[in-house]
Design a protein. Structure first.
Length: 332
């Protein structure tokens, strides 16, 4: 607590200051570093991140679904092992994306109908040539150098690319009712021009494995083409999960009903006996076989070929019947 000075003490103090007998130098207090400084993060004004972590996670899930369904299609179409995985999801300037495109390349420009904008599917030329080779009965990786596709090869691969875009649209349908339509085919990145050079684009890269060969494939979306959909990602992720849970419940109920109507074989083993080959040969009509079950013992009730219950045989309403006495666990 601060000490209260009397008027005389104040007068003596002022007199001492004037005479120089009292040192009035001020000690500099140690500077306390703000704890908030430790939480500061560098912000790149040149390339701000437009997408949150939640949005990126949703986009990751969308394109992993696309990769899985498209790889399943390629397995049946190419009759070889195919694996597709999401390698990365990046936000870069469109000018940087154009510089990353090889020459020549296989660029399929497709239209996002709802926003009247364009996006790009880029496939490594050697990936496309390997697909064409497999479709024609050849092997993967026969082409060692990158070259332009011929008109015939473009026609052969068109069905695969159409299915690619269709599977991508189906994956996006889980969060947005978008429609993708193939617009044109290009071989040079400079001729695509789906966004201004300084516009930030969403680049999804995939690693495609055909047999023992690895190739790259990517999809470029201008962020302004998906602004409305991206804004809804955080809220729709909750509703989507609820819809999935609801669909699973409905599917489970349907499955239970179908199983309930399924017929399964039920048989009763009245007894078992072991015979030698000689005894079997000598069997005649009227012979009596002694089984391993006593006359008043329980017999086995088999369902689907497996013993499930034990019971006693008898007659019910003029028909042969069996009364369940215990299940297999209680018997043992």
């Amino acid at each position: 607590m601060a000490e209260i000075l009397s008027q005389q003490e104040i007068d003596n103090l002022l007199a001492g200051i004037n005479s120089g007998s009292v040192d009035v130098s001020v000690q500099e207090q140690p500077r306390v570093e703000s704890k908030s400084n430790k939480d500061l993060l560098a912000f790149d004004f040149r390339l701000p991140n437009r997408l949150s972590k939640n949005q990126l996670r949703t986009l990751q899930a969308i394109h992993e679904t696309f990769a899985e369904t498209f790889s399943s299609f390629l397995i049946s179409k190419l009759q070889t092992t195919v694996s597709i995985s999401v390698a990365s999801i990046d936000q870069i300037f469109y000018s940087e994306y154009v510089l990353s495109i090889g020459s020549p390349s296989c660029l399929y420009v497709f239209k996002i109908v709802e926003s009247d904008t364009l996006a790009v599917l880029e496939m490594n030329p050697q990936l496309v040539l390997s697909m064409v080779s497999r479709l024609l009965g050849g092997s993967i990786g026969e082409e060692k150098r990158t070259r332009l596709l011929t008109k015939i090869e473009q026609t052969i691969i068109k069905g695969v690319v159409t299915r690619n875009i269709a599977e991508l649209q189906k994956a996006w349908k889980t969060i947005a009712p978008l429609t993708f339509l193939i617009d044109r085919f290009e071989t040079e990145g400079e001729f695509v021009q789906v966004a201004p050079a300084n516009e930030i684009v969403l680049l999804v890269s995939f690693e495609v494995t055909l047999g023992d060969q690895k190739f790259m494939m990517s999809i470029c979306f201008p962020t302004f083409a998906l602004e409305d959909e991206l804004a809804k990602l955080n809220t729709q992720s909750v509703s989507t999960s609820l819809q999935v849970s609801k669909s699973k419940r409905e599917w489970s109920n349907t499955l239970v009903k179908k199983i309930a109507l399924t017929s399964i074989p039920v048989s009763v083993v009245l007894g078992q006996a072991k015979l030698t080959v000689e005894e079997f040969i000598k069997l005649e009509v009227g012979d009596v076989l002694r089984t391993n079950i006593q006359a008043n013992g329980n017999v086995q009730i088999e369902i689907g070929g497996t013993t499930r219950f034990y019971g006693k045989p008898g007659v019910s309403n003029g028909h042969l019947a069996i009364q369940i006495e215990s299940d297999n666990k209680l018997h043992h």
